[in-house]
Design a protein around this ligand. Structure first.
Ligand code: PDD
Length: 279
């Protein structure tokens, strides 16, 4: 198996493929990442993912170790090197670089990055059965728009959900529903979609963006506004969106069962159209 390692395509067992203990990503979580879908060897919605990766780097002041064109070429190269033609995921991570441990970072550090390709089968089980979510207070920071490596609150929330018999956490803050642990949240109300606006409280999901685009093409109205916790009581359908999972119906929020434990009609329509639009 080959990996993209700081601009080179290397065998994963190559000696060069190793992280320094002084890497700021390792010590501080000082870095950002992307998860991108590959369908039949082709990278999906790459432009939007690159926009977000460059945005994340800019927001935390990492000097990109590549140009956009270089990275695109290198990502294609790593897929080619692995002769990867199946469905999978691309994981890209950029950390600020190496230096003796100090909260303050040195200027002009050489950022460290890698990308790997892993096979990923369509999550048919989740599509058939949906997922259950557990409401949890959002204890994350106030820059959730940055796709940062610091995922400890998400990890803890997912664990809490699982321990309580749920699949995923659903975060709320100040009485407003924000997003799930690793996905965005949508609600269907009066035949329209409602989802949190893109601000510092959520990650601006690429799947979210695609779903909004496709809903508009289908003539389904979309409202990007805050969802009050009380509104969950009256919701007809709910679903989550994320790169690996695409669109997954939510069948239960805390004790409340949703939509008879299956895809609601609007969710189903969107799901089908989403599939159609995968080249
Ligand atoms: N997570 N919100 C959060 C907090 C996320 O971590 C993710 C994605 C999303 C959905 O974004 P997108 O549609 O661009 O995948 C929303 C990735 C998949 C992860 O951490 O593995």
């Amino acid at each position: 198996k080959y990996v993209l390692w700081n601009g080179k395509i290397l065998d994963q067992d190559d000696k060069e493929v190793s992280v320094s203990y002084e890497d700021r990503g390792y010590q501080f979580g000082d870095g950002v990442y992307e998860v991108i879908r590959i369908y039949q060897g082709a990278i999906h919605l790459l432009d939007w993912h690159l926009d977000r990766l460059f945005y994340s780097m800019k927001e935390i002041d990492i000097v990109p170790p590549f140009t956009r064109e270089q990275l695109i070429e290198q990502l294609r190269d790593v897929i080619k090197a692995n002769q990867f033609q199946a469905d999978g995921k691309l994981y890209i991570q950029v950390t600020r670089g190496e230096q003796p441990r100090d909260h303050l970072y040195e200027p002009n550090l050489q950022a460290v990055y890698y990308a790997i390709v892993t096979p990923f089968e369509k999550p048919v089980d989740m599509w058939e059965n949906g997922v259950t979510v557990m409401l949890q207070e959002d204890i994350r920071w106030l820059r959730c728009d940055i796709k940062s490596l610091n995922l400890l609150p998400n990890v803890m929330a997912r664990t809490t959900a699982q321990k309580n018999g749920y699949d995923e956490p659903l975060f709320y803050r100040d009485g407003i529903v924000r997003e799930c642990g690793a996905s965005n949240f949508f609600l269907v109300k009066d035949q329209a979609l409602v989802t949190h606006p893109t601000d510092h409280h959520i990650l601006g999901g690429i799947t979210r963006k695609q779903v909004i685009r496709l809903a508009k093409e289908l003539g389904i109205p979309v409202y990007e506004r805050e969802i009050d916790l009380n509104e969950l009581e009256k919701a007809h359908e709910c679903f989550l969106t994320a790169t690996p999972l695409e669109i997954v119906p939510i069948t239960q929020i805390d004790e409340k069962k949703m939509n008879g434990g299956a895809f609601g009609p609007i969710t189903k329509k969107l799901f089908r159209y989403y599939q159609e639009k995968i080249p």
